[in-house]
Every structure is written in structure tokens, then in C-alpha cells.
Design a protein around this ligand. Structure first.
Ligand SMILES: *[C@@H]1O[C@H](CO)[C@@H](O)[C@H](O)[C@H]1NC(C)=O
Ligand SMILES: *[C@@H]1O[C@H](CO)[C@@H](O)[C@H](O)[C@H]1NC(C)=O
Ligand SMILES: *[C@@H]1O[C@H](CO)[C@@H](O)[C@H](O)[C@H]1NC(C)=O
Ligand SMILES: *[C@@H]1O[C@H](CO)[C@@H](O)[C@H](O)[C@H]1NC(C)=O
Length: 826
């Protein structure tokens, strides 16, 4: 994901004394299609043996298998539920060259405290249809810095029961000799990696060691059936040896002589016929950084290194990420600039082992580019001209290009991952003839977004989404990729969205400040087709949650860090001192002047359009209310989910009933009733004898579980829900990394006996962790003053940047993204 983190903020252990009897109903779950991924794809790996077999890994949304017949992708880890949410952070993958049905994934989300769990190697013998898990004694960081380096997990191509895995956090190199089932540390390996992106980062995200970066077997050094003797291992070290080799299968290791240790080695790709190792280097671990780098070719026979960096001098303003070799055409290699933020990403191709290179684009008459490709985003049109892009102009090639691969059995077929999608094509050899290839977005089936808010108004489009990193969408169709994301105003991350109960074409959305656009509130009166900025918002106040009054005139905004504010009729927002800054908020759907709030165990009511709130009822011993939803047809009929369960009031919060059997609840929603005129169907991500997704058709008396073993939806506390007011049974689940799902009941629900509490069953074993989302992109560190201006194309800003923030004459410092600003010609 482009800058997204999930932070484990509060540990809330399930305290259910009893398991509640709940039956299940079969649901059909599908992704709401955006068709273009939407997040960072740090790794793509082809199997060298079985044609067309390839997998992609993501940093927050699991792994996918390529369907070669139609270039689409199928998710492999949708079974990951609340207890296994960290399976969606995939730090490495390996496909077995000997038995191609075997697949291994190294999973775990963070190595700091945000993820309390150790990582695991997920082992499949059926192409990822099913997995078993081998628990590791350390954490794995699928969403940590350096996640595009790799692959740090590899299968011995001569003896496929042997695997090596390079850990982070100083935990070293590990080996399995039984197909990944058990692992032992390779104590003879001389380095665990000392590179730390930012030792001063107190939250631990940037202050951990990136560790071992990649493991590359030299198959030709051995024979089938015996352990491969020669293995290269790249380590995140800077300034001292960072590529090591063994010639005895890992018994002893030495630094590869003559290596240049200036930068971090991101990839080490072996060209067997050439007996050469190609290495890309960048001055940072990635994925956002990299302002210098190199590409080297190591001749294994001669033991010599050659600098084959495609560009030098002013043209070299990036590090290098992806490296691809064409196994059918020895000497044909490609490398990707990890981040050429402006004017676009860059890829180079050589057919002579790196002696000469040709670029994907070159400058024409400034500012024109000669693009050696035609571009199609037909599968995800929103990636095109209307893509959320805070730089001048639109990028087609991409950024964060760590994964670049050529199909080992098809020289024309290539793929690469970017910060937002997978691209590639099927006519790559035309690069060498016409120097012009067809570039396409090829991420169909990958849905890798972090959903922040969902609404399903009773008229107009069925679904609108507030999305991390790519803004959000009006989903006029659930099965067709949207043509555009939210624009004008354009924010990379929309924090929340709401509609007016009595005027449901009126919508409000809020941004998170990660753009140059100051005001972070936008209004639409045409169901999100067009937007206008709310000029009553102060500049740079952003984030949080939003509620729109039933008449659409009042915006109540619990901001990210400026407390609760309110504005009616687009007047300047004013502070609401009577509602705590931690409150969850909601608007009544019928009464124009009524708003609700909850904080701690207190429930608050406003009857004066949010100007003032007063405490009404109490939510028992709740400490953390999560969501308030209001019966769309009845003022004052409200539901509140909290860390202590689910609470219902029919008198505007004066008194609440705790719903029996619900011990924790997160996202909740009300949708179309089972019978016309009946009570709305109630949906909850909750702990009702176990954590899952549930529906009640009788206001919380009886529940059916609606998710199944194949659909876990990851972290329950990170997800958002909305239910369709027009279609009974339909619910939308917005996940933190796997996009939005919609579910419809498959047939009728089983008959439900009146649910009863059973004191005899054992308590659920899984503990769950409440996570609040935060974006790494929200803070920009103070820049020093008095430093010399940056040179042409040099970095001049970004999170953590401490260098120059001005540019030499003729250049201006252009904001590119929260992590990078660059000196470009003025
Ligand atoms: C839906 O129900 C039908 C009939 O019972 C069954 O054949 C089908 O497999 C079900 N689909 C899903 C996705 O559960
Ligand atoms: C090592 O790489 C750096 C950066 O590319 C370069 O400046 C330096 O000359 C190289 N050192 C040697 C010994 O080649
Ligand atoms: C490559 O082909 C496309 C599509 O025909 C064309 O628009 C583009 O100008 C070509 N690029 C070059 C450098 O000729
Ligand atoms: C808002 O943030 C931008 C970018 O950091 C800054 O240039 C501007 O001065 C800020 N505006 C206010 C009113 O603080």
C-alpha cells in the first residue's frame, strides 16, 4: 500500500464468558471491482518450469495467482480472518521450480509493536488453494520498509526440500530442509544486516533492521537431487559487505570479492547461461525513497564486477529496483528505476548484458516525452487521466517499481508492480525491433485497497467509498471498474464519507491532508458525480470522521487532530466543545437538527444541529465506542458498537439495551428489512461466540453468521460496513487491504431457534486487537534551514528528509508525494 499502516493501538482481549449459539447462512462474496489493484505490489514471481505460472504478493492485501488465459489474478489468502490478519502482509514468496504446485509465502505485517504476532511461512502443495502454516520464532514485516527487496525466500532448484529465508530485525538467515515445515538459523552466515532506515523513529516503523534482502541459488553450480552449492545472499548493509556467497550449500560464507558497498542491493538475479549475477542497488531500502543507485553485473566465472548502470550524472536521480532477465535470450535484461517521481517512472532494456541500454521514454522537445510505448488502462480507467496524482501531469509507467519480471518461458510476456497496480504486456520483443511496446494495466482481480468509509444511500448509486491512497469512488457498477476516482478536490486518502438522510444525493467526504489542496471537506449534491470544496474548513485541518445532517446543510466533523467542529450552510467551521475529540459521531437520518456522539461510556445528543451536545445514556462499561448507526426511518433509534458489545436505544440514547451474546462489536450497519415495513436488517462485525460477520433480522434477538471459512476479511476492527437499503441481505465490507466485498445471501437462512447463552461452551480462544488506522503520510518532518539549494532533479522534501528544501536557479521544488519532493525545471 502506498503509505498505509495499520497500527495496533489498543489490545482488547475477548472476555466472553460464554459462547452464543448462532447458525450460519451461506453468502456469496465478491469484490467490488476497481480492477487496477490500488496498492503497492512489491513482488511478482514466475515459476521457471511451468509456463504461465506466476504469483504476486502485496504488502497489506495478501497474495494472488495469475490466470494466464485472461491475464487476471485470483486471491489466495481471503481465508485470513481476524486472528490471522497479518497473513495479508506478504514479505516474500517462492514458487518451487521442481514441483511447481508447491508455493511458499512469508507472512506477517509489522516487526514493531503494531503487529504483536510472529510471522509464519505459509506452505501450499496445490498452487495456493490451501495452506498449512509453519510458525516462525520472529516477526515478518510484509508492510515494513524494504519490502520490495527480494525475494528473501527461495527454494533450492536442485533439491527442492531445501529453502532459505532471510529474516529482518537482526534475526539472520534461516534454512529448512523439509519443505518449509521447520526452520533453523544458519549460524555460519556472517551478517544479519545493519541498515536501519531511520534510527530516530520512535514508533519503531523505520527504526528496525531491514535484514537479509534476497537469496539467489546458482542452479548450474550443482546437480539435480543434491543441494545447490553456490548461493548468493544480499543483505541490507551499507558501507560494508552486502553480498555474500557460499560454494558449499551454506556451510561457510564469504563476502563476494570486489563488490561495491555504497548502496543497498535490492535484487540479485542470476542469468544461468551467462553465468552472471545482476544486482540492482538503491541508496535507500524503498519503497518510497531512492535518489541514487547503480546496476552491476557479476561474472561468476571471472569473479569480476562491472558497473552497468544505464545512466549517469544528472540523469541518475533514482535508485534501482526491479531486475528482469529473459531466460530465453541470454544477455537480455531490464531494470526499473525504483522511483523516478518525475516526469514518470523509467525502465531500461539491454540486449547485450548491460553494455548498452534503451529507455522506456526519453525527453523530446521539453516538456514532451518520446514514449516508446502505447498505453492502455482499459481494465482500470481510473488509473488514467483522472488518477489521484498530486504531481503535475499524469504518470503512466508508475513508481515504487521493485518487481519487474519477464516470463521465463515467453519473451514477449512481462509484468511489473508499481505503487498502485501491475502493468506489463505481451509484445515485449517489439522493444528490440520497433522500440515500441503495448503497455497495459494488468491487475484485474487484484483489489488491494484500505477502505476508510462506505455508504449505500437509498437512491442514486448503490455504493460510494472513501479509500486510502486512491481517494475513493462512486461505484455506479459493482462489476465494472470505475472510470474515475474522486477528483476536484483530489486527496490521496479520503478519511470518511456520509450522505444526508432526507436528501441522499447530498454527500460529504473528508481528506487527510496528504495533498497540496488545503481544504479537506468536499460536498456533492449529485451523488458524488461532482464536488465543491467546503470553504468553511480551515486549511490543513484534516482526517477523522464526518456526519451530514438529514437535510444536508450541517457538517459535523470529528477532525483528525483539531477536535470536533461543525458548520451549517457552509459557514466557517467552529469548535464543538461539548463533544470530546475522541467521539464517534452520526447524524439522524430524519430529523435535520439531530446528531449523536459517543465517547468512553457516554452517549451524547445534539438537537441544535451539532452546536451543543449533552450526555444522555450510558454504554455500560464501554471504553471504546466504534460506530453509531441510526435507523433510517425512525429518529432516535440508534445502535452503538463498542469494545464491550452492541447497544440499542429507541429513545435517542436516553437508555440502552445491551444486546445479549455480543461481547465486542466493531463496524455495524442497517439495511433493507427482510419484510417490507419490518425492522432494518442489522449487520455487525462482532464477537458473538467468536469473531465474524453477522446479520440479525429482528433487531438483535437472533443472529446468523454470514462469513465462512473462505472469507475472513482480515482484521475485524479495521473494517467498515454498510448495508444496502434497497436489497435485503446485501452488505458491503470494506477491508484494510483487500478492497471492498459485497455479499448476498445464497438462498434462505436456516431456521433459527431463539438464541440462548450457553455457559458450558468454552470461551473463544482468539484475542483480538483493536486497530486504528494511520497513514505514514501525515507527518512531514521539519526541514533544516540554511542548507545549500538542491541540484537539478535532486530531492528537496518528503517525510524524514533533512536535506535542502530549495533548488538551484532554474529549478523549483515540486511536491510529488508525502515522501518525496524534487527539484524540477521551473
Ligand atoms: C449457492 O447455493 C447453491 C445451491 O445450494 C450451491 O450450489 C452453490 O454452490 C452456492 N454458492 C455459494 C457461493 O455458496
Ligand atoms: C562504488 O559506487 C559508487 C557509487 O556508484 C561510485 O561512486 C564509486 O566510484 C564506486 N567505487 C568503486 C571502487 O568502483
Ligand atoms: C509508440 O507507439 C504509440 C502508439 O502507436 C505512439 O503514440 C508513440 O508515439 C510511439 N512512440 C514513439 C517514440 O514513436
Ligand atoms: C497548509 O500546509 C501547507 C503545506 O504544508 C503550507 O504550505 C500552508 O502554509 C499550510 N496552511 C496553513 C493555513 O497552515
Amino acid at each position: 500500500m502506498f503509505g498505509f499502516n495499520t497500527i495496533a493501538a489498543l489490545a482488547a482481549v475477548a472476555t466472553s464468558p460464554a459462547v452464543y449459539a448462532v447458525s450460519s447462512q451461506a453468502y456469496i462474496w465478491k469484490n467490488v471491482k476497481i480492477g487496477g489493484g490500488g496498492g503497492f505490489v512489491p513482488g511478482i514471481v514466475f515459476n521457471p518450469t511451468e509456463k504461465g505460472l506466476a504469483y504476486a504478493r502485496t504488502d497489506i492485501g495478501g497474495a494472488y495467482k495469475l490466470n494466464t488465459d485472461d491475464d487476471s489474478w485470483s486471491p489466495l489468502l481471503d481465508f485470513a480472518d481476524d486472528a490471522r490478519w497479518n497473513y495479508w502482509g506478504v514479505d516474500a514468496l517462492a514458487t518451487d521450480p521442481v514441483q511447481p504446485a508447491r508455493l511458499y509465502l512469508a507472512t506477517g505485517m509489522y516487526t514493531n509493536s503494531w503487529d504483536p504476532n510472529n510471522g509464519q511461512i505459509l506452505i501450499s502443495t496445490d498452487y495456493g488453494k490451501t495452506f498449512t502454516s509453519s510458525q516462525l520464532p520472529f516477526k515478518v514485516g510484509g508492510n515494513m520498509p524494504g519490502r520490495g527487496m527480494g525475494e528473501r525466500l527461495a527454494v533450492d532448484p536442485n533439491s527442492n526440500g531445501i529453502l532459505f529465508f532471510g529474516a529482518r530485525s537482526g534475526k539472520g538467515l534461516w534454512k529448512s530442509t523439509n519443505f518449509g515445515v521447520t526452520w533453523t538459523q544458519v549460524t555460519s552466515f556472517p551478517s544479519t544486516g545493519t541498515y536501519i532506515p531511520d534510527a530516530s523513529d520512535t514508533n519503531g516503523y523505520d527504526s528496525d533492521k531491514v535484514g537479509i534482502a534476497w537469496v539467489t541459488f546458482d542452479k548450474a553450480s550443482g546437480t539435480s537431487g543434491s543441494a545447490t552449492p553456490r548461493i548468493f545472499v544480499g543483505v541490507a548493509n551499507k558501507g560494508w559487505s552486502n553480498i555474500f556467497v557460499t560454494t558449499n550449500g551454506g556451510t561457510s560464507w564469504t563476502p563476494v570479492a570486489g563488490q561495491n558497498t555504497t548502496y543497498l542491493p535490492h535484487k540479485g538475479v542470476l542469468s544461468p547461461s551467462e553465468k552472471a549475477l545482476y544486482v540492482s542497488y538503491s541508496d535507500g531500502a524503498g519503497p518510497y525513497d531512492g535518489t541514487l543507485g547503480a546496476v552491476y553485473r557479476y561474472d561468476i566465472t571471472a569473479s569480476t564486477w562491472k558497473d552497468i548502470t544505464p545512466v549517469t550524472g544528472e540523469d541518475l536521480y533514482f535508485g534501482f529496483g526491479g531486475v528482469a532477465i529473459d531466460l530465453q535470450k541470454p544477455g537480455t535484461i531490464m531494470v526499473a528505476a525504483l522511483n523516478s517521481w518525475w516526469p514518470d517512472g523509467q525502465i531500461f532494456r539491454s540486449t547485450d548484458s548491460g553494455t548498452t541500454w534503451s529507455p522506456f521514454w526519453a525527453w523530446g522537445v521539453y516538456p514532451a516525452l518520446n514514449k516508446h510505448y502505447s498505453y492502455s488502462n482499459s481494465l482500470a480507467p481510473w488509473l488514467g487521466p483522472n488518477y489521484v496524482d498530486t504531481t503535475a501531469g499524469n504518470k503512466q509507467i508508475g513508481w515504487m517499481m521493485e518487481s519487474l519480471v519477464i516470463d521465463p518461458l515467453d519473451s514477449n510476456h512481462w509484468l511489473y508492480g508499481t505503487g498502485a497496480t501491475i502493468q506489463g504486456g505481451r509484445d515485449l520483443l517489439k522493444w528490440d525491433t520497433a522500440h515500441n511496446v503495448s503497455l497495459k494495466s494488468l491487475a484485474d482481480g487484484i483489489e488491494e485497497t484500505a477502505i476508510q468509509g462506505l455508504i449505500s444511500p437509498p437512491s442514486g448509486p448503490s455504493l460510494l467509498s472513501a479509500v486510502g491512497d486512491i481517494g475513493g469512488f462512486v461505484h455506479t457498477s459493482l462489476t465494472t471498474a470505475p472510470k474515475t476516482s474522486f477528483i476536484n478536490p483530489t486527496w490521496a486518502t479520503s478519511a470518511d464519507i456520509d450522505f444526508a438522510g432526507n436528501k441522499p444525493t447530498n454527500i460529504v467526504r473528508i481528506g487527510t491532508g496528504d495533498s497540496t489542496t488545503g481544504k479537506q471537506v468536499a460536498l456533492s449534491s449529485d451523488s458524488g458525480a461532482t464536488w465543491a470544496q467546503h470553504y468553511g474548513a480551515a486549511d490543513n485541518v484534516s482526517g477523522g470522521k464526518v456526519a451530514l445532517s438529514a437535510d444536508g446543510k450541517t457538517v459535523l466533523w470529528r477532525t483528525g487532530s483539531n477536535g470536533v467542529q461543525v458548520s451549517s450552510n457552509q459557514a466557517t467551521f467552529t469548535g464543538v466543545s461539548t463533544l470530546p475529540s475522541s467521539a464517534v459521531i452520526a447524524a439522524d437520518k430524519k430529523s435535520d437538527t439531530v446528531f449523536y456522539g459517543a465517547s468512553g461510556s457516554s452517549f451524547y445528543l445534539s438537537t441544535d444541529s451539532g452546536q451543543t451536545f449533552s450526555v444522555k445514556g450510558s454504554l455500560d462499561s464501554s471504553q471504546y465506542p466504534v460506530k453509531i448507526v441510526v435507523n433510517p426511518g425512525v429518529t432516535g433509534d440508534v445502535w452503538v458498537s463498542t469494545d464491550k458489545g452492541l447497544f440499542h436505544s429507541t429513545n435517542s440514547g436516553t437508555s440502552f439495551t445491551a444486546i445479549p451474546g455480543v461481547t465486542q462489536a466493531w463496524a455495524i450497519a442497517l439495511g433493507a428489512p427482510a419484510k417490507a415495513g419490518g425492522y432494518p436488517a442489522l449487520f455487525a462485525a462482532a464477537n458473538i461466540g467468536g469473531i465474524g460477520y453477522f446479520r440479525s433480522d429482528d433487531a438483535g434477538v437472533n443472529w446468523v453468521k454470514i462469513n465462512d471459512a473462505a472469507h475472513g476479511f482480515g482484521s475485524a476492527s479495521a473494517n467498515v460496513l454498510t448495508a444496502d437499503p434497497r436489497i435485503y441481505g446485501r452488505v458491503y465490507i470494506g477491508t484494510n487491504g483487500r478492497g471492498t466485498f459485497y455479499g448476498d445471501a445464497n438462498g434462505s437462512a436456516p431456521p433459527t431457534a431463539t438464541a440462548t447463552s450457553s455457559a458450558t461452551s468454552s470461551a473463544p480462544s482468539s484475542s483480538s486487537t483493536t486497530k486504528t488506522r494511520t497513514s505514514t503520510s501525515t507527518s512531514t518532518s521539519a526541514n533544516p534551514t540554511g542548507t545549500a539549494p538542491g541540484g537539478a532533479y535532486s530531492q528537496c522534501g518528503g517525510q524524514g528528509w533533512t536535506g535542502p528544501t530549495t533548488c538551484v536557479t532554474g529549478y523549483t521544488c515540486a511536491y510529488s508525494n508525502p515522501f518525496y519532493s524534487q527539484c524540477i525545471p521551473s
